[in-house]
Design a protein around this ligand. Structure first.
Ligand SMILES: *[C@@H]1O[C@H](CO)[C@@H](O)[C@H](O)[C@H]1NC(C)=O
Ligand SMILES: *[C@@H]1O[C@H](CO)[C@@H](O)[C@H](O)[C@H]1NC(C)=O
Length: 291
């Protein structure tokens, strides 16, 4: 309830939900194979519900991964994910966009770090712009992400990049090029997801090892939605100001989103590179722009 402190914000959120619903009602219902293909271990990704959902499998033989068939320059990508329940320590489920260019990489990462039964999942986000990353932030989720599906979204336009968990913004990276901060805008990015074992670092810095006697581990995905400018695709799509994701409502957080973002930062943020003095004695310029 802390999230909805007043009637006013409740009404605002109802309006917001209605708006989100009416928008999505016009989106296309994507099956997995419409937009994606398996890129790692066919035998560990199963289509279910007529291809509208998939099950990812991690066992001692392999993890798995999938990627979009196209790359996109600006837009919004979202999917519903239900993470591994119970003892998921040492597992990492990732959902990210990546330019797939070695030298000058752009990348927007959601990484879900598993935990021991009853301990909270951590969501790590990172942003690479024009080849430079090292911008990790971590939040603990305020619900059990393995009990049900939740929507994870990356919005990317000329103004900012926003990572949403359901309708709560957990991270904002503004276009601060005017202050010399690099911003990804020149390269299209593909959409990727993987499930793998990373018990050398993922949970409590690698202290908690994966318990293989609990394998196989399963996570589930559905409601794939990519809206953006496919590359290659129509010329000038990405620079068009008429794309809905470039519209006024998407150029900055609204008051309700801002309150929710603030609530996450105060109550659920457990790591922010911006305040890590051992790594950055002087905070990087994007950190000084406020949120
Ligand atoms: C796992 O739970 C512990 C104890 O609550 C917490 O310190 C840690 O941040 C959690 N997440 C990870 C990925 O270790
Ligand atoms: C691994 O799982 C087994 C089976 O549930 C359990 O008996 C064992 O204690 C677990 N090991 C750890 C390190 O949690």
């Amino acid at each position: 309830m802390a999230l909805y402190p007043s009637l006013r914000s409740l009404i605002a959120s109802l309006c917001f939900c209605f708006l989100a619903f009416s928008l999505s009602a016009f989106g296309r219902p994507a099956t997995f194979l419409q937009d994606f293909q398996v890129t790692w271990s066919d035998s560990h990704i199963r289509q279910i519900d007529g291809g509208r959902a998939i099950q990812l499998i991690l066992d001692q033989n392999s993890g798995c991964g999938f990627a979009s068939k196209h790359k996109y320059l600006f837009g919004r990508v979202s999917m519903k994910i239900k993470l591994i329940p119970g003892d998921s320590a040492g597992t990492v489920t990732a959902f990210y966009m990546n330019s797939d260019t070695d030298a000058v990489r752009d990348e927007l990462d959601f990484e879900f770090l598993g935990n021991r039964t009853g301990q909270p999942y951590t969501v790590q986000t990172n942003i690479y712009a024009q080849g430079k990353g090292n911008r990790e932030q971590r939040v603990n989720l305020w619900f059990d992400p393995a009990a049900d599906f939740h929507t994870y979204t990356i919005l990317w336009n000329h103004h900012h990049i926003v990572f949403y968990v359901d309708d709560v913004p957990i991270r904002v990276y503004k276009n601060n090029e005017a202050r010399g901060v690099p911003y990804p805008k020149l390269q299209p990015m593909g959409v990727f997801s993987t499930l793998w074992e990373a018990d050398d670092w993922a949970t409590r810095g690698g202290l908690e090892k994966i318990n293989w006697s609990k394998a196989p581990f399963f996570s589930y995905y559905k409601d794939f939605d990519i809206e953006g400018c496919a590359v290659p695709g129509p010329a000038n799509c990405a620079s068009s100001a008429t794309n809905w994701w470039e519209g006024t409502a998407y150029q900055a957080l609204n008051a309700l989103e801002y309150r929710r973002y603030r609530w996450v930062r105060i109550n659920h943020m457990i790591y922010d590179y911006c305040t890590d003095k051992s790594r950055y004695p002087v905070a990087p310029p994007e950190c000084l722009a406020g949120f």
